[in-house]
Design a protein around this ligand. Structure first.
Ligand code: ATP
Ligand code: MG
Length: 573
């Protein structure tokens, strides 16, 4: 992994990109009357993932940088797949990332009445018609990339007939799939999106916002541009797959009477000149060793391959947060990957770099022994309370009490019976420093009946508390926890969720076969120092020499602590 530090940037000094440039030019030319109004438009059919974070940082970021506003709009035109659980989780995630949307939360569904009215307007202008082709027939009529489509037999209906049928669609006279409202554009257009796209379809389903008020629902393409226009959006930023939809976006808005749009818009009573929004596309964020697409995330959740949308191994914002990722790290990462017009894959090392940078600076230090080996300090006269610094580089983070008792634990990996070349920790007969405490010597080992070492008998050099006496060289420093004062904890260690770099590659038939069976290791009976176990302590720590850890927000209880490994101290690949 290599990260070029020069390309890293924090939000105080944004790096220029083509969108920031475009907005600067639009402001200079007064194209949108000096306004910057963006929106983030999630469909509430799943949880947000790290890709969405890029879109959120971009939309909220460029608005804030230019004195503008960003709306949160749920793009809820497909009720069968949507739910309030997703609406609530998305709001929560955006707030956690540190952004504030303008005014109330918006819903495309609150524009259903206006959208219906615009449908009638298109009919009146001879630009929309009710089509009775079945889904299969419509597909066949649509043509292909190399062949033009054919006109629907109902394309030339009269305005009166279209109005009547559209009203009856709304009134619930027809069953799902029997007819649709389509735009009348051009069945021979080289852009398939322009071949009389569907604007409304019949769906007798309950909607999480509008209940049973509607049985016809507008399509994404029809809804999105009009919702943007209603909200007075200036810059509608979306991902590249919508590039071919831009002509339709513009066609719909340009076909409507701009005064009627303004009259139902947020700018209805404003003296600000009303200008239609413009769509601009940017590349989706893709990261190796993980899946980002909502559909794949949903499959992992629904098939029980992970513990839920907030499984700490997932790239969902809920998962990353539970894993211990910070909002600052995610924002810095999004800034460092930049915004471009061509797709590329980002190395997961860049994300981890942003995370380590934030945690290194801000996570208090503590000690936790993951694989305890009992150590008895045979000559400690009485228990001590040590005062250790919470952060080696930041005095302001204060100090904490760390009890040292005659019974402590160290990590099994920090002891070898015999000296090995390069092993700087404790060996039988050798010395090591206990972090923040004494230099100890291992005098003897105690074995169980099977011969396994279960305890070390060590003596502390009582002259070495916090100092190295003259001439004494002790290379190794290990972490430790008082066995009697420490608190037992379960620690979950994580590895990558996938065994291959590109689980989302087109060549992969079933990405679920590529899951890493060792992505989760649960260690029971770990011991954490008391200061890190207190209910009011920080949620995240650097456990010295082990990495960064955070208390699990779901399963951890005061009397049954669970920590998630957030990330190791260093990049391991
Ligand atoms: P997915 O591709 O995961 O299914 P989506 O695009 O269907 O996501 P939406 O809820 O429609 O999800 O997305 C809301 C906004 O987030 C859209 O503007 C979309 O373009 C943007 N977005 C989604 N995925 C990414 C990504 N990987 N990188 C950047 N922006 C994204
Ligand atoms: Mg989508």
């Amino acid at each position: 992994m290599s990260v070029n530090k020069d390309t890293k940037n924090n939000s105080d000094t944004p790096t220029s990109n083509f969108i920031r440039q475009m907005i600067a030019e639009d402001l200079a030319s007064q194209r949108h009357a000096g306004r910057v109004q963006t929106r983030f438009p999630p469909e509430p059919n799943g949880y947000l993932h790290i890709g969405h974070a890029k879109s959120i940082c971009l939309n909220f970021g460029v608005a804030a940088e230019n004195g503008g506003q960003c709306n949160l709009r749920f793009d809820d035109t497909n009720p069968a797949a949507e739910s309030l659980e997703f609406v609530d989780a998305i709001k929560e995630n955006i707030k956690w990332l540190g952004f504030e949307w303008s005014g109330e939360v918006r819903y495309s569904s609150s524009y259903f009445e206006a959208l219906y009215g615009f449908g009638v307007q298109l009919i009146d202008k001879g630009l929309a018609y009710v089509c009775e082709l079945s889904a299969d027939e419509a597909r066949e009529y649509r043509g292909t990339l190399t062949e033009p489509g054919r006109n629907s037999p109902q394309r030339e209906r009269s305005v009166a007939e279209n109005r009547d049928l559209f009203a009856r669609m709304r009134a619930g006279e027809f069953v799902d799939g029997t007819c649709s409202l389509r735009a009348k554009i051009d069945m021979s257009s080289p852009n398939i999106n322009m071949r009389d796209p569907v604007l409304y379809r019949i769906r007798h389903v309950h909607h999480h916002q509008t209940g049973d008020a509607w049985c016809i629902y507008p399509t994404y393409d029809y809804t999105h541009c009009i919702s943007d226009a209603i909200e007075g959006i200036t810059h509608s930023l979306c991902t590249l797959e919508f590039e071919d939809h831009r002509p339709l976006y513009d066609w719909i808005l340009n076909s409507l009477d701009i005064d009627t749009i303004k009259s139902v818009s947020d700018l209805a009573d404003s003296a600000t000149p009303y200008v239609l929004p413009q769509q601009t596309e940017f590349a989706k964020l893709k990261i190796n060793y993980t899946v980002v697409g909502k559909r794949k995330l949903k499959q992992l959740v629904n098939e029980g391959l992970v513990s839920g949308w907030d499984d700490p191994r997932l790239s969902t914002l809920a998962g990353l947060r539970r894993r211990g990722y910070t909002a600052t790290a995610l924002r810095n990462f999004c800034e460092s990957v930049g915004v471009a017009r061509s797709e590329s894959q980002v190395d997961i090392g860049m994300l981890e770099h942003a995370l380590r940078e934030d945690l290194d600076a801000n996570a208090p230090r503590a000690m936790c022994v993951l694989r305890p080996l009992k150590v008895t300090l045979t000559n400690l006269p009485e228990p001590l309370t040590l005062s250790l610094q919470n952060h080696p580089k930041n005095d302001e983070m204060g100090r904490r009490d760390v009890p040292l008792t005659a019974d402590i634990v160290i990590d099994k990996d920090d002891f070898r019976e015999q000296a090995e070349p390069g092993f700087k920790r404790l060996v039988n007969g050798g010395e090591v420093r206990l972090r923040g405490a004494y230099v100890i010597r291992c005098d003897d080992v105690v074995r169980d009946t099977s011969g396994e070492i279960v305890e070390l008998l060590c003596s502390a050099d009582l002259n070495t508390l916090g100092k190295n006496p003259e001439g004494r060289k002790v290379k190794g420093v290990i972490h430790w926890v008082s066995a009697s004062a420490g608190v037992s904890a379960t620690v979950r260690l994580y590895d990558r969720l996938f065994t291959v770099e590109n689980p989302e590659s087109k060549d992969v038939e079933d990405f679920t076969t590529l899951l890493n069976p060792d992505s989760l290791t649960v260690l029971e009976g770990c011991l954490v120092e008391p200061a890190a176990a207190q209910a009011d302590s920080a949620p995240s720590f650097q456990f010295e020499r082990e990495g960064y850890f955070t208390r699990d927000s779901v399963d951890s209880r005061d009397d049954a602590l669970v920590f998630n490994q957030t990330i190791g101290l260093r990049a391991s690949f």
